[in-house]
Design a protein around this ligand. Structure first.
Ligand code: URA
Length: 436
């Protein structure tokens, strides 16, 4: 194909035909289009955009560049949730077993963290023996038998996205709404879902810093997901402050288990139940949002999702004995230090970006894709905006590999908290829902 003429067409702001998009994605995946030409196309798309038909074509072409999961007919709907990523965002972990107990099948294909945002797979890799990379046949088998799986993308799923994402990363073309939409949805559509809930975050630690940008991305993804036959909704959620009281891979697994045992921080619980409730409505299992939330809450309280979590872990090779022993430990990092408040007052701000940067620099996140991470480091017992703290009370704890690292982290963490004499009105966690 004459790919150069398509690059020029997009450069001039013209519309590409669906068949042209399908063909160049096929050829690029097969190695017949060089990276430098694809990078030029990505830059043209970055500046000129894609209309809905073009974005749909790109998404479907990317989905079809590899294996699409095929599930046997079953009355349990296939559902999933995707988050654009944040600090302390561990919602997927308790949500998958909860959804399985609510009568869904959940093929939750997740990713690793990059930069300050954590990745679901990194969190799960802190569990002794847990296998996060499974072949497609095993993913399908586990979903059918257990009801849920949380694992990574196989080598043969959406290979076009892997190649294109690497080029976007190296060519400054990541922040493009049609490219993000196609990247995220091609992977989700390869799970053959009936319904999808998207948690699109905004704020200082989010991919989209403003609510207006988050809304734009959410609208594009919702429209396209629905157009492709997957019932899709999005919620816009605040990521100025971390979710829950713990951030860092193992510490988040611990908080997720606490959540399944009825000891969840309020914001985590709100998001878990909201995501479950939307999926219950989308699949017509509940009529009203209030009913759906009640059903999800009762299910979580029943203890069944906690047992399902163990079942999922065991199916993925985890050593449950070692895992449960690890859960009883207060800390797995070598050094744990308390960060104390210099004064009394209401917490008015806890900066998620600073917390995320501290954890990344402690070794809990990656600056480069290939970097190894330390699962034990992080921050827990975080005070939340709106709470009163006395002078010398614990604002948070640092889990570090040595005392030098801990000291540096402590100094930075002190700057993450702001105080006020009066309790400020808390910003809502979930501020909008988009269904079309
Ligand atoms: N996450 C993805 O999977 N793709 C993007 O383009 C951005 C975030």
């Amino acid at each position: 194909m004459n790919f150069l003429s398509l690059i020029e067409k997009k450069r001039e702001g013209k519309v590409l035909l669906p068949e042209q998009i399908h063909k160049f994605i096929r050829e690029f995946t097969a190695g017949q289009i060089p990276d430098y030409q694809m990078s030029a196309m990505l830059m043209a798309i970055y500046f000129r955009g894609l209309n809905t038909a073009e974005t749909t074509a790109l998404t479907l072409a990317m989905r079809d560049s590899g294996d699409v999961l095929k599930f046997p007919k079953d009355k349990r709907p296939l559902v999933d949730k995707h988050s654009t990523g944040g600090i302390g965002d561990k919602v997927s972990l308790p949500l998958a077993p909860l959804l399985a107990c609510l009568g869904f099948r959940v093929p939750m294909i997740s990713g690793r963290g990059l930069g300050i945002t954590g990745g679901t797979l990194d969190k799960l890799d802190s569990i002794p023996g847990f296998q996060s990379l499974l072949p497609a046949a095993q993913i399908v088998k586990q979903v059918q038998q257990v009801g849920c799986v949380i694992c990574g993308q196989t080598d043969t799923m959406v290979p076009a996205d892997k190649k294109i994402y690497a080029l976007r990363d190296a060519s400054g073309t990541v922040p493009s709404i049609p490219l993000i939409t196609a990247s995220i949805l091609s992977k989700k559509l390869a799970e053959s879902l009936g319904a999808l809930i998207l948690d699109v975050k905004f704020g200082c630690a989010a991919f989209m810093q403003t609510k207006a940008d988050a809304r734009k991305l959410a609208r594009a993804m919702v429209a396209l997901g629905n157009e492709c036959g997957t019932s899709t909704r999005a919620i816009l959620t605040d990521m100025n402050t971390p979710l829950g009281r713990a951030a860092g891979n193992w510490l988040e697994v611990k908080e997720s288990v606490a959540c399944l045992e009825g000891k969840s921080p309020a914001d985590m619980m709100e998001l878990i139940l909201d995501c479950a409730a939307h999926l219950l409505i989308q699949t017509k299992k509940s009529k009203t949002f209030a009913d759906a939330r009640k059903l999800a809450g009762a299910c979580l309280n029943s203890g069944a999702p906690r047992a399902k979590w163990d079942e999922m872990l065991a199916a993925q090779g985890a050593d449950l004995k070692a895992f449960n022993r690890k859960l009883t430990l207060d800390a797995t990092a070598k050094v744990v230090v308390e960060v104390k408040s210099a004064k009394a007052g209401y917490i008015s701000w806890c900066d998620a970006r600073i917390i995320g940067e501290v954890i990344r620099d402690l070794g809990g996140g990656r600056l480069m894709k290939e970097a190894h991470i330390n699962y034990d480091v992080g921050v827990d017992q975080m005070a939340k905006p709106g709470e009163w703290v006395e002078k010398n009370a614990v604002l948070c704890r640092v889990h570090a590999t040595d005392s030098t690292q801990a000291k540096i982290a402590m100094a930075r963490l002190k700057t993450a908290f702001a105080f006020a004499a009066k309790r400020a009105v808390k910003a809502p966690l979930v501020s909008e829902m988009i269904s079309r």
